[in-house]
Structures are given as C-alpha cells and as structure tokens.
Write a protein that binds this ligand. Structure first.
Ligand code: PEP
Ligand code: MN
Length: 412
C-alpha cells in the first residue's frame, strides 16, 4: 500500500473531523481502467479508492465483475497513487481472497446486508481479523436489519465499522434509483453515534446529474463522508453507467461542496431561541391535536364494531387524502409530505380500530370511552332507528368535536 499505514486514513480523516471521501469505479474492469481512474482521482481530495470485483447484479447475464484478478489491479492502482483500496465482499471466499490480496477495507453491499445468513458467514470469516468494514444499508427500509448486520460484524471483533447510506429500493418510476428516506440514517446515527456514517449518493441517484445535490444534502445532514462512483470513461462503463462521473466532475463536486457547522455559534441569537421555543410549543399542540383526533377515531371504531362496519372505508380515505393534500398546497406545504403524514396517521387509526374490534384496547381510558359511547348508542336506539347517531354521541357532550358525521364519514 505504499506509504499509507494500514488504518492511518481512518485516524487521519475521522479523528481530525475531516470528511472521508471514497471514490472509484462501480466495477474494476481492467488494469488500465483502474490505473487511469486512480491517477486522475489523485489530483483531488480522496481518502480511499473503491472498485467492485464481484458485482451483485439484479439480472443474470449482466456484467458480474472480473473476479479475483481485479483485486490485483485494484491494489496496483492504489499503490500507484499511495492510497488504500476497498472492495465489496458477499461471502467468506471473497473475504479470504481480499485478505490474501491485501485489500485495505471491505464493504458489505446492500443486497448482502439484507440477508442475516450471508452477513453471519462474512462475520465468521472475519473473526480475529483487524480490518475496517463498511456496511451499507439493506435494500429495504428496515433499520433493524441494518443494525443487526452491524452487530454481527462487531461481535466478530471488528471495531472499525463505517456505515454507508445508499438509499432504499422502491417500485415503479421514481426520481431517484433508491429513495434516500433520510430519517433512517438519522435514526441510525442517534442509536449508534460513535460510528462514522457516510453517504453513497451515486447509488441513491442512479443518474450522475443528481449526485451533487444529494452529496450536498448529506454534508448538510452532518454525514462523515461520501462514497462516489468515478470512472475514467463513464460512458463505456460496464456497470452503473448512468450514475458514474469523470474524475474531473468529481473534482468539481468536491470543491463545490459547502460545509456547515454542526453546532453554530456558542451563544444562539435571541431570535433563534425564540423560534425554537415557538417550535417546542407548536409540537406540543400538534401532539395534543393528534391525541384528540385519535379519541374520535376510537369512538368511531366502537361504532364500527357495534354495527359490523369495515374498518377501512376507501371513499372516506380518498376524500381525506385529497382534502388534506389540497389544503396543504394552499398553505404552501409539500403535498407529498402531507400525504405521507396522513398515511401514517391513517395507519395508526386503523390499528387503533383494529384493536377495538379484536377487543384488545384494554386501557382504563378506553374502557371509559367505550362505556360512554355504549350508553349513547343505547339512547340512540331508543330515540329512533333513523336518528343521526352523531347528534346523540356528540351534542354538547364530548367537547372534542362539535359534530362528527358518523353516517357520512364512517372511516377516520
Ligand atoms: C456498489 O457499491 O457498487 C454496489 C453494488 O452498491 P449497493 O450494494 O449499494 O447496491
Ligand atoms: Mn455501482
């Protein structure tokens, strides 16, 4: 590895609070391609050269990597520019070949992280080995699977672990190849704050032209570094052609990145403190309103159970969704944000009503609601078979909502 000590780059970059920049082609294709890419990259800020030699391809028949011989080309390229190198491993045979070839850092790809069996086999092969391992998120947005993979590798004795956010796969046409769902890496960082967290914008974007924006967003979210696919001739790349950039484009990206400070000035300006107080109070109100809403949901749930009405009411749901998205537009809120929010609220409402139907909502508070509602249904029945139930349940009684049109709006 030339003059670079084995884990020196980790100490240098992470402890110095500098960012970790990993760059290189999606796949190692030839000795010349690797060498040219590494040489051109070395003109810019790079900590580690990447290149896959065994490529996990979705469909058979695509380029599946050059295999073991690629390790030699990868190492040669790293040595030529005095940088450590990293490649992906998906099984114990790969691990063994990498250790033999002197690869400096390993990574576990998204497809592998998805499989606990595969991760465990890799962990077993890594026992008593001191090598940094990068662990990409699983294909599906399941944080536990990601944490589980980290734990398996850590239990094997690997302490130098870096986590890589590369987005989550989805169905259908979307702007990004893999959805960033930033709240997942943010939650991972909250749970495992001691682990460096980096972002792979290339695999999130799928298209080179979006990479800069996602890279900047990651830096704004205080990620510790980036892994970017760079190829000396992206147009002729054998894999992930559309998302790779040239070394010169990479250089521009690195120099254009804008850095933010994590804490801001020691003494917050009065206006910021005021705004934060406002936010705290608003959040309290939001929670109180949600609790109120769920109380309505419970009462409707009891009515649905008593009248054998399905929990899910497609028409009502459609009406809620359209109405909320429309009013969000009027208030200049993002429609997709409000839609997502209401999808969560609706899911929780259905869960609550599902528990009521199954007779599992045994909290004391709920029993009181139930008794109250049952009493009024009883009045309802006595009053008239045709009477509007809402009048009887809500008229002047609950103080929660003035009128709740149960007949027209049996869903939540
Ligand atoms: C890669 O980095 O080339 C790769 C295959 O990534 P992922 O596992 O994130 O799809
Ligand atoms: Mn790739």
């Amino acid at each position: 590895m030339g003059s670079v000590s084995k884990h020196g780059f980790l100490k240098r970059t992470l402890s110095a609070k500098k960012k970790l920049f990993i760059a290189g082609p999606c796949s190692v294709e030839s000795e010349e391609q690797m060498l040219r890419t590494a040489m051109q990259l070395s003109a810019y800020e790079v900590t580690l050269i990447r290149g896959g030699v065994w490529k996990p391809r979705t469909r058979p028949g695509s380029f599946e990597g050059v295999g073991d011989k690629g390790l030699v080309w990868l190492k040669q390229a790293g040595n030529a520019v005095g940088l450590p190198v990293a490649t992906e491993v998906a099984n114990p045979t790969h691990v063994e070949a990498c250790l033999k070839a002197g690869v400096d850092v390993l990574w576990i790809g998204a497809r592998t992280t998805t499989s606990p069996f595969a991760v465990q086999q890799i962990a077993d092969a890594l026992r008593d080995v001191d090598i940094p391992v990068m662990i990409k998120n699983p294909m599906n947005p399941d944080i536990e699977l990601w944490v589980g993979a980290i734990e398996r590798i850590n239990k094997a004795g690997i302490t130098k672990i870096i986590v890589v956010h590369r987005g989550f796969s989805t169905y259908g046409d979307t702007l990004y190849r893999n959805q960033p769902i930033w709240r997942i890496p943010i939650e991972l960082r909250r749970r495992l704050p001691h682990l460096p967290l980096i972002c792979d914008p290339s695999h999130i974007c799928g298209k080179q032209r979006y990479v800069m924006a996602i890279a900047q967003q990651a830096i704004d979210l205080l990620f510790d570094g980036l892994m970017i696919e760079v190829h000396c001739a992206p147009r002729s790349a054998l894999s992930d052609q559309g998302q790779q950039m040239t070394p010169a484009q990479y250089g521009r990206l690195i120099t254009k990145l804008h850095y933010v400070s994590s804490s801001g000035p020691k003494h917050l300006p009065e206006a910021i403190r005021f705004l934060r107080n406002e936010i705290d109070e608003i959040d309290d109100d939001v929670i109180a309103l949600l609790a109120k809403r769920m109380e309505c949901v419970k009462r409707i749930g009891i009515w649905k159970r008593n009248h054998n009405v399905s929990l899910f009411q497609p028409e009502r749901w459609e009406q809620i969704l359209q109405g909320r998205v429309q009013s969000s537009m009027k208030r200049r809120l993002s429609g997709s944000f409000v839609r997502n929010l209401f999808e969560h609220i609706h899911e929780e409402a259905l869960n609550i009503q599902g528990r009521i139907r199954a007779g599992r909502s045994g909290s004391r508070r709920h029993r009181r609601v139930e008794a109250f509602t049952a009493e009024h249904f009883e009045n309802d029945r006595r009053a008239s078979a045709e009477c509007d139930v809402d009048e009887l349940i809500w008229a002047g009684k609950s103080g929660i909502v003035p009128r709740c049109h149960v007949r027209d709006s049996a869903s939540v």
